[in-house]
Design a protein around this ligand. Structure first.
Ligand code: SF4
Length: 424
């Protein structure tokens, strides 16, 4: 593994998550076409959307207190942005601002700002379609300690969103930003209504656009609901149990513990992974994700979680803990980079050792986490995985060819429908 962040963009992405970035007065992010800094959904992203060397999309902490003491400073030099290290002002890396699409400044036909319906996180669209997670509205609150969802609503995000509003934004994001994937995220609602709420969106999006769809909700107690989700075209289900250590889980996620318990999350991850192996006839891909936050428990515990998730055939999503402003954990320190490196190395190696299909979805660059395939930058044994990497590349090419053909058909049908010609 290359230990110099100037030559290792994976390590730079991780180091920036852990240390943040200061913006020099020379930066004009929005007037230079960058995205404004929003409190992105789900309590993890709040920062500067940018693209690092190697094509790694990221969301860099800039507003949290810890970022004020970052060794990294962003400068605008002529027409380019460059990260330098404080002190010797050594150049670390040139970066590009993630482009702000034209639809970010437009409104839906009923007057809502499109970014209040959905926003880009890297290259995919994230939508939080329903009301605030009910853990935030209980007395006393039962919200997860790191989460900022209840702080965001009404600020950077509209409350409930109709199917028609979401469709307007998806069409704009498809046509102007070329999105291939939309991710829905909900909190907990009494009566486990979250999948019922999402179904009308899923059906419309799939029928009209053919793009990939992901769903991140609490685990539904009726696991057969996931068979149904798969049938209607969902491609990814993600269960955020956050913490592997059972005692820390109770402390950090009191609502999740009371309503579901860690085991219910794990059962859902496993059931959905098995579902992917059962029905292989469809062209639609299906992935089960278990999501954790690294940095709120010992690294060994996060690695145990990764080992378990991959052992059942699911793919881990590993976030780096970010102490967002205003949250219960705003004053907790972010993790140290050197403690996180083995966790992300394990993420890559465990996925590769289990032959999991990582990095296959076309044009899905995620800013809020290091994707498993991006963690190849941390392995000490790249040669061991060279053949599997080749196979994955071939698989992603085959899948992309089929997928884009299908998307084009949908795009043509939409265009025909718009111009009044019957879709074929
Ligand atoms: S379940 Fe926890 S992390 Fe998810 S929205 Fe509710 S409080 Fe936030």
């Amino acid at each position: 593994m290359e230990h110099d962040v100037r030559c290792n963009p994976g390590l730079l992405k991780l180091d920036l998550y852990c240390k943040g970035l200061r913006l020099d007065d020379s930066c004009y992010i929005e007037s230079d076409g960058g995205r404004s800094i929003m409190r992105t959904r789900a309590g993890l992203g709040s920062g500067l959307e940018a693209i690092l060397p190697g094509g790694l999309w990221t969301n860099i902490p800039v507003v949290e207190d810890f970022a004020k003491s970052s060794p990294y400073i962003l400068f605008r030099e002529k027409d380019a942005y460059v990260i330098k290290r404080d002190g010797d002002m050594e150049t670390i890396a040139p970066i590009r601002l993630s482009p702000r699409p034209p639809w970010y400044d437009r409104r839906t036909s009923n007057g809502k700002l499109m970014t209040k319906i959905g926003s880009l996180q890297g290259t995919y669209l994230g939508v939080y379609p329903a009301k605030v997670c009910e853990y935030w509205t209980e007395t006393p609150k039962q919200n997860c300690q790191f989460c900022s969802v209840g702080l965001n609503l009404g600020v950077d995000d509209a409350d409930e969103k109709s199917v028609e509003e979401v469709m307007e934004v998806i069409r704009a994001a498809r046509e102007e930003s070329g999105i291939t994937y939309v991710d829905f995220n909900t909190g907990h609602y009494e009566g486990h209504t979250f999948l019922d709420i999402l179904e009308p969106y899923i059906r419309r999006i799939k029928a009209e656009t053919g793009i990939l769809i992901g769903v991140q909700t609490p685990p539904h107690p009726d696991l057969s609901r996931y068979d149904h989700l798969k049938e209607i075209g969902v491609n990814r289900v993600s269960f955020c149990f956050e913490i592997w250590d059972p005692r820390r889980f109770v402390e950090i996620c009191p609502g999740k513990d009371r309503e579901y318990g860690l085991k219910t999350y794990l059962d859902a991850v496993e059931y959905c992974a098995t579902l992917g192996m059962k029905h292989r006839v469809s062209f639609e891909p299906w992935v089960s994700n278990g999501e954790i936050i690294a940095g709120l428990e010992p690294p060994e515990s996060s690695m145990e979680a990764i080992d378990w998730i991959t052992s059942v055939g699911a793919i881990p999503t590993v976030c780096v803990f970010r102490p967002l402003r205003g949250t219960d954990y705003a004053d907790v320190a972010p993790p140290k980079t050197e403690e996180m490196v083995p966790v992300f190395r394990r993420l890559y190696e465990a996925c590769m050792d289990r032959n999991l299909p990582i990095g296959v979805a076309p044009n899905v660059h995620v800013s809020l986490v290091l994707l498993p395939e991006e963690c190849r930058w941390f392995t000490e044994a790249p040669r061991r995985y060279a053949f599997k990497e080749m196979k994955l590349k071939a698989l992603s090419k085959i899948f992309a060819a089929k997928f884009y053909k299908n998307l084009k058909q949908h795009d043509r049908s939409r265009a025909s429908a718009r111009s009044g010609v019957a879709a074929t």
